[in-house]
Design a protein. Sequence first.
Length: 114
Amino acid sequence: MSSSPIFGQLERSLADYLTGITYRAQFGDQRTAATVARCELPRLVTALRAVLDEHAPDESGRCNRCRTNRLGRAPAPCRAYLSAHLCLVATDEDSPADAEDTPVPVRRQVALGS
Ligand SMILES: [Zn+2]
């Protein structure tokens, strides 16, 4: 499956930005890493919040943005919230009970300062 040229450009641009910022945070010198933390990290948080705002769940954890299943219901919890939680907050011991049908997100790599 190929994406449209416009979306492909958008997708590549975003992927390149994320790859670049990750590289600079992990392998840049201390000044570069600090710049990423102070300048780019807040932008990333803003972007993640914007995505999560699009997925505002109701009291049952379902949102109107996630694709509905065969029964016409959105999955609960909202997959955007679940992925963000798994990548950023959850530890290996915190895996949700219904994880068997949940796509496995790419686990974050933690850059350790020296
Ligand atoms: Zn959602």
